[in-house]
Write a protein of this length. Sequence first.
Lengths: 113, 109
Amino acid sequence: DSGVTQTPKHLITATGQRVTLRCSPRSGDLSVYWYQQSLDQGLQFLIQYYNGEERAKGNILERFSAQQFPDLHSELNLSSLELGDSALYFCASSATEGWYEQYFGPGTRLTVT
Amino acid sequence: GIQVEQSPPDLILQEGANSTLRCNFSDSVNNLQWFHQNPWGQLINLFYIPSGTKQNGRLSATTVATERYSLLYISSSQTTDSGVYFCAVEAGSQGNLIFGKGTKLSVKP
């Protein structure tokens, strides 16, 4: 157990809908990272927050947004969902601002029908 | 954009064998990392290695940034080493992390 929790574990929704994925980092970790893993695109980095501020940005679509709250949990919002958004979404956390020692959560599997 | 290529795509080993996984990248990078995803989907960050060599138990990694490649060595492989190994590089001003397609390793008992 990495200490990073993600909810929900599974999510099934329809095209056009909006969903929110939640991540709670390990106790004391200030950084949260979001990743998407799909059969088509492979593993992709989406975005990183450090202590509430956006720190690094990857291939995150404009329909997606994220934030990190004062208690350091993070939410990834996906809107106007398309079939191609079906994927496993991972969250990771780290005590550092950089890329070292990331601990991954178990992921949220999103299925868009 | 930067290209990250991993080889081989698939590797089957007998338990106890050694192996070398390779990651080539097409441009200068700020850092390089290796990850392992086990057969149940759990991801683990193995190494942060922008240059030089690091060792962690039976695993070690070497990055030669000037020649744009990194190697991951697995010695005395065990069945628990099975899974997919990903290499990722940081490129660009926004700190985007670009992943390779991975090497799928199967270690047979």
